[in-house]
Ligand binder design. Structure first.
Ligand SMILES: [Ca+2]
Length: 444
């Protein structure tokens, strides 16, 4: 009833002004920035995402919320950076850490503003029975995987819809008849179709090319001199491209493409095994789990025909962290307290001043280290393996692959980086921030 009243009120406003804009966030899993043609990828055809960039805006300094699945999703949903968001690694001292009730998500914000909210793919912020389930965090509907390990399997015997098991009889007794992403993509499109007449938020957190590298058909890459896993991975990236194209085509078919902002991105950097054959890390240093650029630099393409200038580019320091603030700006709501994001709306529209940040901060409790911190300030990148560990400093303008440590030459910049790391890191009872090695590791 409350929802109906909000919608009625919203529709009265609609008479006088343009309809509230729809918001679609497509985030694939573990694809590297170098997997996509519009970011220099050469091995996997991605014509739809390339078209998206050609008709929209390509961000060249965009970052993932984190270097692995769960904290990235936490940053995206809460707009808080990994120095103080709840989930700062896939695991914690208490295992899987669900989002608590007290967290206010972008979906909750949009739902309160009268949006229909649907998520499709991998949630990873709370299993059934916890406070973190998507339907308690602002989603009317969530279909796919709640548990990250469950999401490794493309032929499980069930998926989950709003905490209820959805049996997949085609995958029982060793059968592999139902590739889950097909169902998830179809449901994503169905939701868009069903809600075309009201404002909607679609969170397409699709699982390929992550997990087991399996796909029903990788024949397009059969002739390539790659292992079967690499061929399958390439086919999974290509499938993400095809399905992103299906979303754009559906919006056009429904005549709502000018009322819809679509973002395409990936949740973190690629797995190491795809760097050599496919260039998945785009020539950057590091892979998934690393806070070097290869672990966190993200493809980030915005498509909004009639609003975002076709073929435009932005080098703004931004990323997943900014999704909540951007949605709030577009929907006329406010992000929660403690939000670190900036609205990308002025960049997207080319109207109004863009608020530039002085720094972006990450920390993660896994990967090499196993505690890492990183800061990006202008052209500079700082990286260290603990709160007392020596800072590595790179000039990404000259050295995008972080090969040449300039920390000895620029002590003032190092000092600023240390200050940002100290300022942004908030201790958590669920994670231990290590001091790290006191001495610099010798280069191998
Ligand atoms: Ca991931």
């Amino acid at each position: 009833m409350k929802r109906l009243l909000i919608l009625m009120a919203a529709s009265l406003v609609l008479v006088a002004s343009a309809r509230p804009k729809n918001l679609i966030f497509i985030m694939v899993d573990d694809a590297g920035v170098g997997d996509f043609g519009c970011y220099g990828g050469k091995h996997i055809p991605t014509p739809n995402i390339d078209r998206m960039a050609k008709e929209g805006m390509r961000f060249t300094n965009a970052y993932s919320g984190s270097a692995v699945c769960a904290p990235t999703r936490c940053v995206l949903m809460t707009g808080k950076h990994p120095g103080h968001c709840v989930r700062r690694a896939n695991q914690s001292k208490v295992g899987l850490l669900p989002l608590p009730d007290s967290e206010f998500t972008v979906a909750e914000s949009l739902k309160a503003a009268g949006y229909a909210t649907g998520g499709f793919g991998k949630w990873g912020l709370g299993n059934p029975g916890t406070t973190g389930v998507p339907e308690k965090q602002g989603f009317d509907l969530f279909f796919g995987y709640y548990d990250q390990v469950h999401a490794h399997d493309y032929y499980p015997d069930h998926l989950i819809r709003n905490s209820e098991k959805v049996p997949l009889p085609g995958n029982t007794g060793g059968k592999k008849e139902t590739y889950t992403h097909t169902l998830i993509a179809d449901d994503t499109l169905k939701f868009i179709r069903e809600h075309k007449d009201e404002p909607f938020f679609v969170y397409a957190c699709w699982t390929p090319p992550h997990g087991k590298f399996v796909i029903p058909d990788a024949s397009a890459f059969a002739d390539k001199p790659w292992s079967q896993a690499v061929k399958n991975y390439a086919a999974m990236v290509a499938l993400m491209d095809t399905d992103t194209g299906r979303v754009m085509d559906l919006l056009k078919e429904l005549g709502i493409e000018k009322d819809t902002l679509v973002i395409f991105t990936s949740d973190n950097g690629p797995n190491g095994q795809f760097v050599k054959p496919l260039g998945s890390a785009g020539g950057l240093r590091g892979v998934k789990r690393h806070l070097h650029e290869g672990g966190i630099r993200a493809p980030f393409v915005a498509w909004w025909p009639g609003t975002v200038e076709a073929g435009s580019e932005s080098d703004l320091l931004c990323g997943h962290l900014d999704w909540f603030a951007t949605c709030a700006d577009i929907a006329g709501t406010k992000p929660a307290q403690g939000n670190d994001g900036i609205s990308l709306l002025p960049v997207l529209t080319g109207k109004g001043g863009v608020k530039k940040r002085d720094a972006m901060y990450w920390e993660i409790y896994e990967g090499p280290g196993p505690f890492q911190q990183a800061v990006r300030m202008g052209k500079w990148k700082g990286y260290r393996l603990g709160t007392k560990a020596p800072m590595e400093l790179y000039d990404l303008g000259q050295d995008p692959a972080e090969k040449n440590d300039l920390s000895a030459e620029f002590p003032d910049v190092v000092k600023s980086m240390e200050e940002v790391m100290k300022r942004e890191h908030v201790p958590s009872k669920h994670y231990t921030a290590l001091e790290g090695p006191k001495k610099r590791k010798r280069k191998k």
